[in-house]
Design a protein around this ligand. Sequence first.
Ligand SMILES: NC(=O)c1ccc[n+]([C@@H]2O[C@H](COP(=O)([O-])OP(=O)(O)OC[C@H]3O[C@@H](n4cnc5c(N)ncnc54)[C@H](OP(=O)(O)O)[C@@H]3O)[C@@H](O)[C@H]2O)c1
Length: 263
Amino acid sequence: MKYGFIGCGNMGSALAGALSRITTDIAVCDRNPEKAKALAEKYKLQATDLQEVCESCERIFLAIKPQGLDKLADDIYDIIVKNRPVIITMLAGVNTATVGRLFSEELPVIRIMPNTPVGVGEGVVLYCGNAFADEALINDFLNDMQFAGSLIKLDEELIDAGCAVSGCGPAYMYMMADAVAAAGEKCGIERNTAVRLAALTMLGSARMMLESEKSPEQLKTDVCSPGGSTIEGVKVLKNASFKDTVSSAVEAAYRRNRELGGN
Ligand SMILES: NC(=O)c1ccc[n+]([C@@H]2O[C@H](COP(=O)([O-])OP(=O)(O)OC[C@H]3O[C@@H](n4cnc5c(N)ncnc54)[C@H](OP(=O)(O)O)[C@@H]3O)[C@@H](O)[C@H]2O)c1
């Protein structure tokens, strides 16, 4: 098979779904076989076991938590070294050199850092490859991943930082949306409508950032008419050190990524 997934959790499922729009030549496995079965049924893939994925797939996604990598490598080392598949890792903090050390230094390794919106085709997928992942392989992989969202090449030493921004980022955006919606609810708007308004506002604001030439700071200022209502809300956020707090959150995620990779 062309692709295999080890792990059918949040990220593995979302990526397998995006990939299935190009090819269903995909085998999936999970420690919990029911998860693999449900994913395979949803996208017409093949549910199988770890051994079979490693034996039959040309390109294998590692979609488990970083903490489980050493044990997994022990379990599949012999088959990987024999079959030499391309390894596609999305494990936070784990770099291509570590994957090479665990299996074989000369294995082609593509490192990606996706986020959960790949599940709706609007993800950010950062990527880089080691010296054995040649241009033809990377281009074919990017073509297969086109329905995941925006595919952005980043130097490997920046992937941990990118992960803290775009990999973890959806959580911060959801927290912001939840807070805005909760306030809307307090002011009398029904919950579902308030969440929808918050989500659509994020979507439109994101488009403005991408399509206008203006900085986020300038776009914010454009909303703040003097003597108006937005400026009152912005003052509250400034007094609560909003920017520093969010920056600290992203930096904490970055530090954790470094720790997970043993740095
Ligand atoms: N979630 C995100 O937004 C996100 C973003 C960027 C990168 N990532 C990276 O993506 C990876 C997966 O994250 P996730 O959120 O999808 O985790 P998850 O929901 O916990 O999914 C991992 C799945 O793999 C299974 N698994 C663990 N060890 C296995 C093994 N040896 N063989 C087969 N299946 C195994 C787990 O089973 P159990 O439940 O039994 O452990 C679980 O079903 C992580 O390395 C993370 O750093 C995640």
